[in-house]
Design a protein around this ligand. Structure first.
Ligand code: PHE
Length: 468
């Protein structure tokens, strides 16, 4: 039977943990805090939360339902439910997945490298110079990247039950506990309040178009939405499972981890800057430059232990995400191109690693790639804004900040107007344990109107503003 030969998650918890494992990753702990920093603090947080629940949650339900209904990869699923000419939405997702994994693996490699540094008590890696030196040291970063991609490929080649599900079950809860522990420690530090205030008390004058666009991109990225990762995982879900409830659990878990990571990091930032939050701009070095100093404050032995464990767990959180990213192109090759799983896994891993090399070199190893592109328009005076992006950030902007919301918009339009609402609802009824009327009504309304129109509008405006 098709279902069995493709593999299936063993239990409800298995799927929720694996999907939450996909969602929880560098997006929550590395990207979210610096996006908050770039977006001016609490105002960003508020918009981000609204997007997660109001726009992303219904898209997540659609993705899982499409996957379970068709039991296919992202491309095949659209073909089966729509017409052949919808397959490109799935294909765009596969491309987005490949691009995201190409840079994600680089940052995951940094996290892994930091685990090694912290284990040796090298807390000075928290200084700007040391961080820049670390990311520019391409020979080491190269090896970390290969190790990370290799482990990812090993897990994915084992298939659903053997690899993904087992890993997620153990690692997720441990990470969660660790963040809570560090958060409590953060609260005890001097100047912690300044950080909390920055994070939780919104200053609405900070809201600009750019803040809204990046909050949307961040919401999609963090929830692993818009590229078919959850269509693919959904295709391994049993018909007895309640999709709405699972999606709610996944969303809540992901948002909580990001939210707690923020509650942990901003008091730390305030502590290290003696309460001055005006210089928080974030940038991809934020956690790498902040946390080591905090670990140092714990004393040499405890700092070493906590620091190493933290970056190890962060690497694991990244691993459950890289696994889901690699699974998208692999499932496509296995289902549509009839390529054997191990062949698909290892060839994709090598290709994606290669695509990631320019990103890998763009944090200091190559000047050209570090100042790759000046993408944004001129300001009102005709002066080009100073926004030379490292190649890594450029790929991130294209793949996660642009492709994902765009993919999400198409998924919503597809679900509402091609596959049709009634078919979605029939799929959601299977395995539905609770029937919350208002929630069902909201999902209907969101899929028909809010997602296609509001999500679509913000996405189009973002693209026009950013690139034209
Ligand atoms: N959600 C993951 C994170 O936050 C990244 C990811 C994006 C994974 C898209 C899969 C698909 O780290």
């Amino acid at each position: 039977m098709a279902t069995n030969s493709r593999g299936q998650f063993n239990s409800r918890l298995g799927f929720v943990l694996a999907a939450a494992g996909s969602a929880v990753g560098l997006g929550n702990i590395w990207k979210f805090p610096f996006e908050v920093g770039a977006g001016g603090g609490a105002a960003f947080v508020l918009i981000y939360l609204a997007f997660c629940f109001l726009l992303c949650f219904p898209v997540m339900i659609s993705e899982i339902a499409i996957g379970r209904k068709t039991q296919l990869n992202a491309v095949g699923a659209f073909k089966k439910l729509g017409h052949h000419n919808w397959a490109w939405v799935g294909f765009m997702g596969v491309v987005a997945g490949v691009l995201i994994l190409s840079f994600y693996n680089v940052v995951a490699g940094w996290a892994f490298g930091y685990f090694l540094e912290m284990a040796q008590g090298n807390f000075d890696f928290g200084s700007v110079e040391k961080f820049v030196g670390f990311t520019a040291d391409w020979e080491h970063i190269f090896i970390y990247g290969i190790v990370f991609m290799g482990i990812t490929a090993l897990i994915v080649s084992k298939g659903i039950q053997g690899g993904i599900e087992k890993a997620a079950k153990i690692l997720m809860p441990t990470l969660f506990a660790m963040i809570i522990g560090l958060m409590i420690y953060a609260f005890t530090l001097s100047d912690a309040m300044a950080g909390i205030e920055y994070y939780l008390v919104p200053d609405f004058s900070e809201i600009t178009g750019e803040v809204i666009y990046s909050a949307l991109g961040q919401a999609f990225f963090s929830l692993s939405l818009g590229m078919g990762a959850l269509i693919t995982y959904g295709s391994y879900v049993s018909r007895k499972q309640d999709i709405v409830r699972s999606a709610a659990l996944i969303t809540l878990t992901d948002v909580s981890v990001a939210f707690l990571a923020g509650l942990m990091i901003f008091p730390f930032v305030a502590f290290l800057n003696a309460g001055d939050m005006s210089s928080v701009s974030g940038g991809p070095g934020l956690i790498f430059m902040t946390l080591p100093g905090v670990f140092e404050s714990l004393g040499p032995l405890l700092g070493k232990i906590i620091g190493a464990v933290f970056f190890l767990l962060l690497s694991f959180a990244a691993l459950t995400s890289t696994v889901s990213l690699l699974e998208v192109p692999v499932a496509y090759l296995v289902d549509e191109k009839k390529i054997k799983r191990p062949v698909a896994v290892w060839s994709m891993a090598i290709i994606i690693f290669a695509i990631g090399i320019p990103s890998l070199l763009s944090y200091g190893a190559s000047e050209t790639l570090s100042a790759f592109v000046n993408l944004f328009k001129a300001d009102a005076n005709g002066v080009l804004k100073e926004t030379a992006l490292p190649f890594l950030d450029f790929v991130e902007l294209i793949a996660s900040d642009t492709f994902l919301p765009l993919g999400g918009t198409f998924i919503a339009i597809f679900t509402a107007y091609v596959w049709k609402k009634n078919n979605l609802n029939a799929e959601l009824m299977e395995g539905r344990a609770t029937s919350s009327q208002w929630l069902s009504k909201y999902i209907d309304f969101a899929i028909m109107f809010i997602c296609p129109i509001i999500l679509g509008a913000i996405t189009i405006i973002t693209i026009l503003e950013r690139f034209f």
